[in-house]
Write a protein that binds this ligand. Sequence first.
Ligand code: PNS
Length: 167
Amino acid sequence: MKIAVYPGSFDPITNGHLDIIKRASKVFDKVIVSILVNSSKTPCFEMEERRALIERVMGDLPNVEVDCFEGLLVNYVRKKGAHVIIKGLRAISDFEYEFQMALANTKIAPDIETLFMMTNQEYSYLSSSIVKELASLGGSLEGLVPDEIMQDIIDKVREHEERLKKR
Ligand code: PNS
């Protein structure tokens, strides 16, 4: 069984992520969307909120599951019985960082392959950070995140900002 892990912060999931998940699910027997629990970044969305948003928009993809992980990605990938890490590549600006990560992961785990999928051109500028910035400043999220979670994202980003202001 060919299992792939699609790791990320997903803070929150965007249409760009969703596009990669759908396309990867056609290539692999199983795709595990894996949310990084602890990163140096402080997430806007709690782990369970990020998971719930992903699950709501995944639809009925039978071979996709959502999970979370901490620590070294390659250890987690092995634990899941997978051999492939999927990464989405947007613009050339992504390349340097992703190249470095892929090489570092290959150095410590030569049995695990990083596979890059080119992001759909429509979403080549899109990121979770852009989504949060637009939501906080009242810009439209139309077409950037799935419709069914759009309002939840706007509400959460604003609530998060209010909380930060009160500190
Ligand atoms: O969505 P992001 O924030 O770009 O995802 C980054 C992620 C989660 C893929 C990356 O930070 C990661 O793999 N973190 C786990 C720690 C690790 O294994 N690092 C690689 C060794 S240098």
